[in-house]
Ligand binder design. Sequence first.
Ligand code: ZN
Length: 702
Amino acid sequence: MTSQNRRFPGAARRVVLTASASALLAACVTSAPMDKKAAAPPAHGGFGVDTAGMNTAVAPGDNFYRYVNGTWLEQTEIPADRSSYGMFTKVAEEASRRTRALIEEAASTNAPAGSEVRKLGDLFASYMDEAGIEAKGLAPIQPELGRIAAITTRKELSAALGDTLRADVDALNTGDVTTDRLFGLWVTEDMNDPSRYAAYLLQGGLGLPDRDYYLVDNARFTEVRQKYQQHIAAMLSLAGIPDAEARAKRIFELEREIARVHWNQVDTQDVAKVNNPWPRSELAKRAPGLDWDAYLEAAGLGKQQELIIWQPSALTGISKLVGSEPVETWKDYLAFHALERGAPFLTKAFVDENFAFTGRVLTGTQQLRERWKRGVDVTGAAMSEAIGRLYVEKYFPPEAKAEADKMVRNIVKAFGQRIDALAWMSPETKARAKEKLGTLQVGIGHPAKWRDYSGLEIVRGDAYGNAERASRFEYQRNLARLGKPVDRSEWFMPPQLVNALNSPQQNSIIFPAAILQPPFFDPNAEPAVNYGAIGTVIGHEIVHSFDDVGAQFDARGKLANWWTKEDAEKFKAAGEALVAQYNTYRPLPDLAVNGELTLGENIADIAGVAIALDGYRMSLGGKPAPVLEGFSGEQRFFLGFGQMWRNKYREPFLRRILMTDGHSPGEYRVATVRNIDAWYQAFGATPGQTLYLTPEQRVRIW
Ligand SMILES: [Zn+2]
């Protein structure tokens, strides 16, 4: 119910992996790791490479991913309570185990009422009290259902829709662009004037992950649609609402109409199309149907003079449906979504029905995660930085920060040298690029100041109410920023999350404490694998400031062109070559990687590897790297990169991320080594081998 607790990842563009995927991972501690090698110490060699997981019978030039991970792929089973499994999952498990311990410690102490620690403990304990939740039955959600049932006019309907608005999207930082509420609000720097905050409104309203789930005709989606309709009916029935099947059909058809006006993922990521400031006074004229006065007033935006409309035709289309479709259908729609969002905090029957569809059908996950794992997730969603504060105190030593700092400095410096050396770019554009690199802000471990949760009321024994209050609290925190000076030190990811992020408007990069741990990063380890793993993540995030989207923002974070015409054309042509390269990858028989949707991530991967390698060479200070277990320093660098992205997916989840995620699946992220000259030198890939590209075919962007 809280903003971080959405079910469907959008096309996460600037994070190193899908934010919601990592949020799910962070909450999924598995007590019995299915990675069989984890049980056999030492899983990794002394230098950070899992040599036992390799398959050296595969030629690196044919399939580097299999060469590096072949045995691991054969021997690893995806745990029943997961939709995918890989190295990030393992690291997240450790972070999550630690988070659980911190929360349980909070729950066990007699901290003063109103303190953060007490709130954390109470939140977790309330969620864990299954007997109490069971005894309450429908009571917690009854007031909400009652308010919906009392709606009689379109004005009241509009107000009810406005009351559900949350700040639950973030189009450019975490890249979450989906919400099952009518619209999603994003409060962040104005892309036309980064010195102030703007209110962005994004399309929403769908229960399924993407418009294509409603509109594409094939057996797989027909089945999902049937099961979704059955699921809607089941949820209504559980709430005692009569004629559930007929209502479910109408709700589904309404959502399909919403899907028809939705923008696709590629257009949604196109910053040239989404920058549409509308005066508040024009909304009723340009997007009739919804009673905008009632909607905005109920949403707490009554005084907002301007909104930036991300997808204007979708907003217009959705607003029109509010005016044209029967109020009764909209009321059913509101009731269903209230139940769906509330399900995790209601009785077991709701929890199970919710999982049967959103878990089993949509991601292929076989088994619901244990209750405590979900409890960690729920608590983290409500008070992420309160946990982060405890996490950092206990698990993020100053040495780790210092060593990570040093790596970042090396890699930023390497990128600067690379810009200087670019053959295709004019001195004019180079100077602008260097200026932008010079203003890049780096956050390591945790934010400088923490969010204040003193205004959040947590009631022990009220799991549903706590989630609802946390959701409104987070919304109010966002509303309160409108009209205030911009806080450029803000973080968009908590320290306990295993992920990393670039914010194009802040021109900043963020590395939470939890990703700065083995095997990605070990401050005491030999540097080759550190640079191949966390170093390439650091490089990846730096390069996001210069990918197809990032490059459209200037050194201040304003959407403004700083490129000469010729340079912009060359940059675009290199990007097109990369789109074509990724379009050839076909993870499912009927579904290829979308080269356009994943372009920004793929640029960040290629150049991220290139500059991390430069940074590694710089770290050697002119001395030769040692050969360890037969591997040279640069070989170990690439092995570290290839093992970081090992991942297995269940088919429904893989399908979903191919359609909605800005990242390519792990195997194809690893395949980007074919664009790097040094990889050919390290592994001797030759013409005729599958990955081989001639020097002219290799895509070189930065
Ligand atoms: Zn990224």
